[in-house]
Design a protein around this ligand. Sequence first.
Ligand code: COA
Length: 380
Amino acid sequence: MPTYAHITGWGMAVPERIMTNDDLAKIVDTSDEWIVSRTGIRERRIAGDKETTASLATKAAFRALDRTDLHPHDIDMVIVATATPEHLFPATACLVQDAIGAINAGAFDLSAACSGFIYGVSLASEAIRGGAIRNAVVIGSETLSRFIDWDDRETCILFGDGAGAIVLQASERPGGILASVMRADGSGGNLLSIPAGGSRRPATVETVHKKQHYIQMNGREVFRFATRVMADATRQVAEKARLRIEDLSIIIPHQANRRIIEAAARGLDLPMDRFFVNLDRYGNTSSASIPMAVVEAVEAGRITPGSRVVMVGFGAGLTWGALAVEWVAPERKISQAKRQQRRLRARFWGLRSVYRRFVRWIEGLIFGAHVPGDENDRFS
Ligand code: COA
């Protein structure tokens, strides 16, 4: 009997702090009118001092797990798609794995920028359908505000922070993730990048001085690329899933720019109301944008059991991709009491992590090994 991969949980987390277009107009030479007319964005969320890519991802993952009957021990794989990881290593996914108590899971980050969530779900669903794993958590999480040049009006108006997560589970019931498309064109890598901070250009006084640790973008070229691939990828994935474009219930596009989504709608000959748009409130949250839009589309009743959904994204790399999904998951909320019980358990897992570090520290004292970084507790 074939195995299918179903989305059974979904959750999102955004920072509380809202930055409006008017707030931005106090920093750079721009206006609410310009930003709204060229992008559709009205406001975005900005991470506070204590919020990080892992903390937002952890919150989103807990909320997604809250909707399922899974115990964290049942999770086989944690994927965090992110362009703004906490460190080059360890992977942000490992910090999340530890925080949610997924002690039987493998965990890794996926670097495909704004297409990362699509890539992650594609990989995890194939692993489920192939029988290698049964349950996975796929998260898109970003703190892009930390990589923005707040003097560059072409980029600082676009991006925001947030996280979205889904739980994928194996099932014998047909449906779930039907097909995926993953594509890349590295020849366009220079169009959208953070040039320094990797092995090619490690941090120096010069890289900092030249602002090479911030997002640099050729907006017009990225715009041209995006309008081309959104419609193409949607068509390709629909064909793979044997769905007709006109039969799609809803399309969840990457939330970069309303004009890009409108161009995709024209290219597919579909009305705009077939597309879910929430970029007016969050801006472009890169890998988090699609899962956050999925969560809000479900909450708004735009995705219901039986919906045929296409998720489609593009981003730095250049990368792009799409997923076709037959949504079968019933709305299943876990009771408040059970949720509280889970939160307590999560705290316990946090303690477990402290305990394991303590044991490592004692061992270090006994055997003379020094674990760099432990003295600062950097990964908590
Ligand atoms: N406020 C006011 N004026 C601005 C501005 C801002 N925030 N940003 C740029 N401008 C100016 C430009 O300097 C330019 O002025 P000029 O004509 O005097 O040179 C003018 O507005 C038009 O610039 P242009 O680049 O043609 O604007 P645009 O309509 O292409 O919009 C973007 C610019 C960045 C919004 C658009 O190109 C875009 O969205 N690109 C895709 C970016 C993206 O999605 N990136 C993430 C991919 S995952």
